[in-house]
Design a protein around this ligand. Structure first.
Ligand code: SF4
Length: 704
């Protein structure tokens, strides 16, 4: 008998923002194997533990396979009609501001685009926000106020080309493992390359560091303001770049002088000698990349931290050249793509600005839409507050699990439970969020989905299907399109494939774009299905036709910012680290990821191999704090904040900063009784970005 050859599909990992290429092989017996794609420029064949276990997570256990209404199985027509009718009726009775979509960095660009188009252009409100708000909103805000657009200036290659890499609030080794592998390999090849890690915890990332600065929580503004002042004192500024390509330098420097060295040491919790060594290295090294992630973003002063970092790069002209620049690495697989297609409540599609009347008019004209959202919508934390107080009466949650991932998780659950109409489109049938839905819509999962994602270096890659759609599951773009049609917008939602949506987004990016706006392309505006299917990974924006280079696309080496005068803005920042701990709650809780789990474990929790790394939730405690509170290693510990408590296993380690504790974010009540740490986090946000402060919560600990 003739053997059927296995089929190999080039696709992209659905986990972190590194965006690794994956080769999925389906054998004749239907079994699936994955390996890294050697041709993908993000990973060149590497995969981390999570990526290499993808084949262990694609079974149908727990899948939502049919639409449901009020707990009973329903057909697609009935479910879609119910969603469209209820949203239309709610809008007619209470206005467009009474409905909201809460979407996800797990969505593909095409899913995101149609959801954004429906809400902002046809329903007429910007009440669409994404769990990416929890991930990189402060970087978006920092980029926009410095560069005039949410643009990442460099690429991954810059980490390998740099002579100094500063990692701030980033456990790259566990959270962006393949990028860390690339950095570690570059350092092994060039041992003279320096790595500095700025993080309250001594994470695994610090193992390759020449210097670890165990900074006090939220001490980053003081550290980088002090650096700017030092660069000026040391004569390490690029006066030409400052004069030709920036404004606001004098004001930023004046703000940076606020603290002297003693003040900087006090606010950062670091000793003067360590700070001085960091400043010296930065000042004397031309090729510097500063990588930052959630330790910077997830803060009530996150946007100012981003500005303080960017100021130092602008003042030295170290931006957009090989091996130089500030570099935000996103947590989610498509946080970047969601930003581009307008998934945030404060932006329009194609990086246009909702507060700009000309941008609104342009997008509305392109869409031919009856309305356009005229003001920013509710950001994630405010959105669930509005659900709680009854302003939002119909809510559609797509591909995310806010009961477990939002701050103040118990309040979010209560709000969703009380909301008059909740739709959830999801892969699984019984997450802590899905269980409260009036209408459940079965969505396609990784391996079944078809579209594009954009990684942290603006590289767009295809996610391609290699498995059939199970049961009655459908792609998210199809579900939104069908609801839009039933709401009376069929003409504007004609899509029969993700390729058509991608082409429309590309055309909108190029529409009336003379290059003074970010994302100038045009190269893909007329792409057809065959072209879409054949898309190889490329950096977005693509070059115009005729422009070619083997090198990565970088921005701003010669200025050309997306501000009206094409100059960057240095932003004076004076915020201080917020004081949260006090009587009753003397410790700072930091939350974050572990190496082998992803978010609320709905997928990685299926792999036994991944669960062997860390089998249960824990709290990292410095031995001195453990002694103070009478806690021994492996004790069960109750961690309590003003909002609630969790019970987790004590893990004593001097990697933890004294006075701070760490609890991972992944375990939900489904996986560990009383394990959901986000119930402890208050809904405090950065005033500019709306990003919650998930890493600075006042708590106490006690033996359970
Ligand atoms: Fe997936 Fe990120 Fe691991 Fe790459 S580094 S395989 S994108 S989880």
């Amino acid at each position: 008998m003739e053997e059927t050859a296995p089929t190999i599909t080039k696709t992209t990992c659905p986990y972190c923002g590194v965006g690794c290429g994956v080769l999925a092989t389906v054998a004749a017996d239907g079994s699936v194997a994955v390996r890294g794609d050697p041709d993908h420029p993000a990973n060149f064949g590497r995969l981390c533990s999570k990526g290499s276990a993808l084949a262990e997570t694609i079974d149908l256990d727990g899948r939502l396979l049919h639409p449901e209404i009020d707990g009973r199985r329903a057909g697609w027509d009935e479910a879609l009609d119910r969603v469209a009718e209820t949203f239309s009726r709610t809008i007619a009775e209470h206005g467009p501001g009474s409905v909201a979509f809460y979407v996800s960095g797990q969505l593909l660009n095409e899913d995101y685009y149609v959801a954004n188009k429906l809400m902002k252009g046809f329903i007429g409100t910007a009440n669409i926000d994404t769990n990416s708000r929890l991930c990189m909103a402060s970087s978006v805000a920092g980029h926009r106020r410095a560069f005039g657009a949410d643009t990442v200036p460099g690429s991954y290659r810059d980490l390998e080309l740099a002579d100094l890499v500063v990692l701030v609030g980033s456990n790259l080794a566990w959270c962006h493992p393949v990028l860390y592998q690339r950095l570690a390999a570059a350092k092994a090849e060039r041992p003279e390359m320096k790595v500095i890690v700025v993080d309250p915890r001594r994470t695994m990332t610090a193992d390759i560091a020449d210097q670890h600065l165990a900074i006090a929580p939220d001490g980053d503004v003081a550290l980088f303001n002090g650096l700017l002042a030092h660069l000026a004192e040391a004569g390490a500024l690029d006066e030409n770049y400052i004069a030709e390509h920036t404004t606001g330098f004098a004001e930023a420097l004046a703000a940076a002088w606020r603290l002297d060295m003693d003040g900087t040491a006090a606010e950062t919790g670091l000793d003067r000698a360590s700070i001085a060594e960091f400043y010296r290295l930065f000042a004397t090294t031309e090729k510097v990349v500063t990588v930052y992630s959630q330790g910077v973003n997830q803060s009530s002063v996150g946007t100012d931290k981003v500005s303080a970092i960017i100021n130092c790069h602008l003042a030295t002209g170290r931006i957009g050249r090989p091996g130089m620049g500030p570099f935000s690495v996103t947590g989610q697989p498509n946080a970047m793509g969601g930003r581009e297609v307008g998934g945030l409540a404060n932006m329009l599609a194609a990086h246009m600005d909702i507060d700009n009347a000309a941008h609104r008019e342009r997008v509305q004209r392109f869409w031919g839409s009856p309305v356009i959202a005229s003001a920013q919508g509710l950001k994630a934390v405010d959105m669930f507050r509005a659900v709680a107080d009854g302003r939002i009466k119909a809510l559609w949650i797509m591909a995310t699990n806010p009961v477990d991932s939002m701050p103040d998780g118990d309040m979010v659950e209560t709000a969703i439970r009380a909301c008059p109409f909740v739709v959830v489109s999801d892969v699984l049938g019984a997450t802590d969020t899905v269980r409260h839905a009036h209408v459940k819509l079965p969505a396609a999962a990784w391996g079944e989905k078809d579209g594009t994602v954009t990684n942290s270096e603006r590289r767009m890659s295809r996610q391609r299907p290699f498995l059939p759609l199970p049961g009655e599951a459908k792609p998210d773009w199809w579900i939104v399109t069908e609801v839009a049609r039933r709401m009376g917008f069929a003409e504007a939602f004609p899509y029969a494939s993700p390729a058509e949506i991608f082409a429309e987004h590309a055309a909108l990016s190029a529409f009336e774009n003379d290059g003074t706006r970010d994302f100038d392309i045009g190269t893909h505006a007329g792409i057809d299905a065959a072209g879409f299917d054949a898309l190889a990974p490329f950096q977005w924006p693509a070059r115009r036709a005729g422009e070619t280079s083997a090198d990565d696309i970088r921005f701003f080496a010669e200025g050309g910012f997306f501000t009206p005068d094409r100059k960057a803005r240095l932003v004076p920042v004076t915020t201080t680290a917020p004081a949260r701990v006090g009587e009753g709650f003397p410790l700072v809780l930091n939350t974050g990821r572990v190496r082998d789990q992803w978010h609320t474990m709905t997928r990685t929790g299926k792999s036994r191999r991944l669960s062997q790394h860390l089998a249960e939730p824990f709290v990292e405690i410095h031995p001195a704090d453990a002694a103070k509170y009478g806690i021994a290693d492996a004790d069960l510990v109750r961690v309590t904040s003003a909002r609630g408590a969790v019970v987790v296993r004590a893990l004593l380690t001097s990697r933890q900063r004294e006075g701070s504790v760490f609890v991972p974010m992944h375990w939900t009540d489904q996986f560990a009784a009383d394990g959901r740490v986000d119930r402890l986090v208050p809904p405090l946000t950065d005033p500019t970005s709306g990003q919650p402060a998930l890493k600075h919560v006042a708590v106490r600990i006690a033996r359970f």
